[in-house]
Write a protein of this length. Structure first.
Length: 222
């Protein structure tokens, strides 16, 4: 299966300009957005809302061929009253508007997508998360959770960043912690951790972790 990977946007709506054409030209191609629509130090509110609108268009047009994942900069608006999970760049004066947008598509935004032995999520799935959360213990259960049927703490690591508190969830897991605690037997494709280009690391069990948050779309075949 071939995927068109759309990394963290943070208002950079121009990254979505060519996605529709790629998906129309190749009906075997699937698009997947890795999460983080909002929050930017150099993009306007209008830019961020345009990202949301373009993602919504893609989801409506391509349905199951376009997967929309949640990131930490989306989750902290959906659960706006939980101040402990607010990350950097949180915009108080825009928060309720962003929450309203997310609630309008809350059943369309997943946290995890699995294709065979490849797992897509914003930040990664760790053994710690599966062992400690009280909602599910099998990685294969995770794609069924959408934004509207999960508690905020389930997919968030809590105020202590880059570590195991609370569960080092799929919307915020540090790269080093993920490498040392990744679920065995699955390759993972994540965003969240910025790099100048796509990079791959290998876990101690020989599984791959691919980091895609490089500021441009890319194609991956699994």
């Amino acid at each position: 299966m071939k995927y068109l990977i759309i990394p963290d946007l943070h208002g950079r709506h121009e990254m979505l300009d060519s996605v529709k054409d790629f998906l129309e030209k190749d009906i075997t191609l699937r698009g997947i957005f890795m999460g983080d629509i909002f929050d930017s130090f150099d993009r306007t509110m209008e830019d961020q809302v345009k990202c949301f609108d373009l993602l919504l268009e893609l989801k409506h047009k391509f349905e199951d061929r376009f997967i929309w994942l949640a990131g930490n900069h989306d989750t902290h608006y959906y659960h706006i009253n939980n101040v402990e999970i607010r990350g950097s760049g949180f915009q108080d004066f825009k928060g309720f508007m962003f929450q309203h947008l997310l609630k309008s598509v809350e059943n369309k935004i997943q946290f995890v997508h699995i294709d065979g032995t490849t797992v897509f999520s914003h930040a990664g799935i760790t053994k710690h998360f599966l062992n400690e959360n009280r909602y599910c213990n099998e990685i294969t259960d995770l794609p069924y959770f959408t934004l509207n049927n999960v508690f905020s703490e389930m997919f968030w690591c809590g105020p202590e960043k880059n570590g195991p508190h609370l569960f080092s969830g799929p919307t915020w897991t540090g790269a080093l912690f993920l490498k040392n605690n990744a679920v065995e037997g699955y390759n993972q494709i994540v965003g969240h951790t910025f790099s100048q280009e796509i990079i791959e690391t290998i876990t101690s069990f020989g599984d791959k972790i691919m980091y895609t948050d490089c500021g441009k779309i890319s194609f991956v075949e699994i």
